[in-house]
Design a protein. Sequence first.
Length: 299
Amino acid sequence: MARNTVIRILHSFCIPVAIAFCCCSGAAAGPAPEPPNLQQNLSSQHSHEEETAKIRKHHLKRLEDRLTIEPSILQESCRYESDISTRPPLKRVALTFDDGPEPGQTEFILEILKKHGITAAFFMIGQKAQQHPELVEKVRAANHQVIGNHSWDHPNFHEISTSAQAEQVLRNELLLANDLKPKLFRYPYGNSSCETNKLVHSLGYKIVGWHIDSCDWAFEKTGSVDIKEAISCGVLPQYHNDYVGHVVSAARARNGGIILMHEIHPNTIMKLEEIITQLQAEGFAFGTILDEDFQQSMR
Ligand SMILES: [Zn+2]
């Protein structure tokens, strides 16, 4: 991205946001629990790095498209509908975890949720659910946790044919049919299409986006976000090195909402309890996307 483009973005986006939230205090750091198993094998770690690189690439592409393509044209193409623009229920938040199930991490997330009496939604990749049926069973057995369809193997729907998109949805559904009650779908990378919108609606799905992007993938690499990631994720300057602070400030900014996180990042779950307790300390109540007042946030 050219330097002048970055400056233009900073002026048009970051400064108004910074002004709007200049009075927000930084999040106080609390003790974070240690996950039971952070030892990933090398191939798993490698695939996570690849996935993080892909998320970054698609995030920045979305930002570029938004800056260079007329909003009406983007709207007609249904390409980026996962950022929910409507207001969430006031001071209510709902956690969602994508890209699992993930050995070691799914179990830990369930433990934390149980400890705090919270119900979350797990948008599973079909191929991984097939590889780890025991983890699907654990989520299924956990009290009230919700399972959603997150495609078969997580391609970018903007880069595959309409029929391939349909196959991605249907193959996941074939595996998880008994768990998809109700039927909830989330696009990989949030990259949507008009054709698949129609398909999933005809199949009885609701499409679930998010109000709050934790951008956990960006913080995962070094604990900090770079300037492009910060702009793309809407991370205020004071939180460039503070994942928890970013999530809490984003929740504050939207006054609640559906929060996007990923099961595959160890930092996400290491900080999960801290995020929960800080949000609760700020008066946010945890609900689930199945709750009545979250229904208007889904499509
Ligand atoms: Zn995903």
